[in-house]
Design a protein around this ligand. Structure first.
Ligand code: GDP
Length: 297
C-alpha cells in the first residue's frame, strides 16, 4: 500500500512528540526536520515540502501551542490540518450538467497511466448514479486500446462508440456527441490517445477536440508509481490544455505516494478520484481528510 513507509516515519516522530510533557521550540524544530525528511523521501515535491513545513512551523511555535497542556498533540493536529489543506481541503466532485443536458468528459494522460481502465471505471460510477454514459474510443493509434475499451465497456454494461482507427479523434468525438443526442445518452466520455511522453501532436489533438467540442470537464489520469514525473505531467497538461481535475492511479501499489501530496499544491487542480486496483470497481472518491488520516495513522 502507498504511504506505508511515510506513515511509519511520521508515526515515530509523533510518538516522540506525544511522549514529551513540555515542548521547547527546539523540540518542534527537530520534529519538523524529521517530518521534512520523511516527506522528501516519500517523493513529495521539494517546494511543496518547504512551504508545508513553513506553514506548520509558523503555527506550531506560537505561544498557544507551547503553553498548552498537550503541546505534542497540538503540533500533530497542525500537521494533520496542513496536510488536508495541501490536498485541497474539500472533496471535489466531477462536474456534471443536469441529467437533461449532455455532459462531455475528456480523459487524457500518458500511455500506460491507466486512462482506458479509469475511463471505464468512471462510466460504471456514473451508471450507478443513474446517468446514461457513452464511452468513446478516440485512441486511433492503438487498435488494442479500442478493443480494451470495448471489453471494459461490455463489463460495465456501457455502450462504446467507435469508428475504428481511420478518423481524426475530433471527428469521432463530434460523431459520438451526435449519436449521444439521438440515443438519449447524457454523458459522453472521450478516451483520447496517450503517448509514451509528452508530445506536441498529442497536445494539438486534445486542443483540437476542446476547440470543436463543448467539453464540460477535462480529466487527467496520472500514474502514482511515476512519482514526481506524474506531477510534471500534470503541470504540463494543465498549462497546455487546461485540466479540471486529476485522477491518480495505482495508489494500491508500492508507491511512495508523493504525487498525491504534491499535485494539488503544484498545479492548483483538485484530485477527483484515486485508482486502487485493476478491477473496474477499484476507483475511490478522493477525500483529503481521509487521505491525511491514512497517511498520519
Ligand atoms: P492507458 O494506456 O493509460 O489507457 O492505460 P491502461 O488503462 O491500459 O492501464 C495500464 C495498466 O495499468 C493496466 O494493466 C491496468 O490494469 C493498470 N491499472 C490501471 N489503473 C490501475 C490502478 O489503479 N491500480 C493498479 N494496480 N493497476 C492499474
Amino acid at each position: 500500500m502507498a504511504f506505508d513507509s511515510l506513515s511509519e516515519k511520521l508515526q515515530n516522530v509523533f510518538k516522540n512528540l506525544r511522549g514529551k510533557g513540555r515542548l521547547t521550540e527546539a523540540d518542534v524544530k527537530v520534529a519538523l526536520k524529521e517530518v521534512k525528511m520523511a516527506l522528501l523521501e516519500a517523493d513529495v515535491n521539494f517546494k511543496v515540502v518547504k512551504n508545508f513545513i513553513k506553514s506548520v512551523q509558523e503555527r506550531a511555535v506560537g505561544q498557544d501551542v507551547m503553553t498548552s497542556l498537550t503541546p505534542g498533540q497540538m503540533v500533530i493536529k497542525i500537521v494533520n490540518e496542513e496536510m488536508v489543506k495541501l490536498m485541497g481541503d474539500e472533496t471535489t466532485e466531477l462536474v456534471l450538467k443536469p441529467a437533461s443536458e449532455l455532459t462531455v468528459i475528456m480523459m487524457c494522460g500518458l500511455q500506460g497511466a491507466g486512462k482506458t481502465t479509469t475511463t471505464a471505471k468512471i462510466a460504471g460510477k456514473l451508471k450507478q448514479k443513474g446517468r446514461k454514459p457513452l464511452l468513446v474510443a478516440c485512441d486511433v493509434y492503438r487498435p488494442a486500446a479500442i478493443k480494451q475499451l470495448q471489453i471494459n465497456g461490455e463489463k460495465q454494461g456501457v455502450e462504446v462508440f467507435s469508428m475504428g482507427d481511420g478518423h481524426k479523434p475530433v471527428n469521432i468525438a463530434k460523431a459520438a456527441i451526435e449519436h449521444a443526442h439521438k440515443n438519449g445518452f447524457n454523458v459522453v466520455i472521450l478516451d483520447t490517445a496517450g503517448r509514451l511522453h509528452i508530445d506536441e501532436d498529442m497536445m494539438t489533438e486534445l486542443i483540437e477536440i476542446k476547440e470543436n467540442v463543448d467539453v464540460t470537464q477535462t480529466v487527467l489520469v496520472v500514474d502514482a508509481m511515476t512519482g514526481q514525473d506524474a506531477v510534471n505531467v500534470a503541470e504540463t497538461f494543465n498549462g497546455k490544455i487546461g485540466v479540471d481535475g486529476v485522477i491518480i492511479t495505482k495508489l494500491d501499489g508500492d508507491t511512495r505516494g508523493g504525487a498525491a501530496l504534491s499535485i494539488r499544491a503544484v498545479t492548483g487542480r483538485p484530485i477527483l478520484y484515486v485508482g486502487m486496483g485493476e478491477k473496474l470497481s477499484d476507483l475511490e472518491q478522493f477525500y483529503p481528510d481521509r487521505m491525511a488520516s491514512r497517511i498520519l495513522g
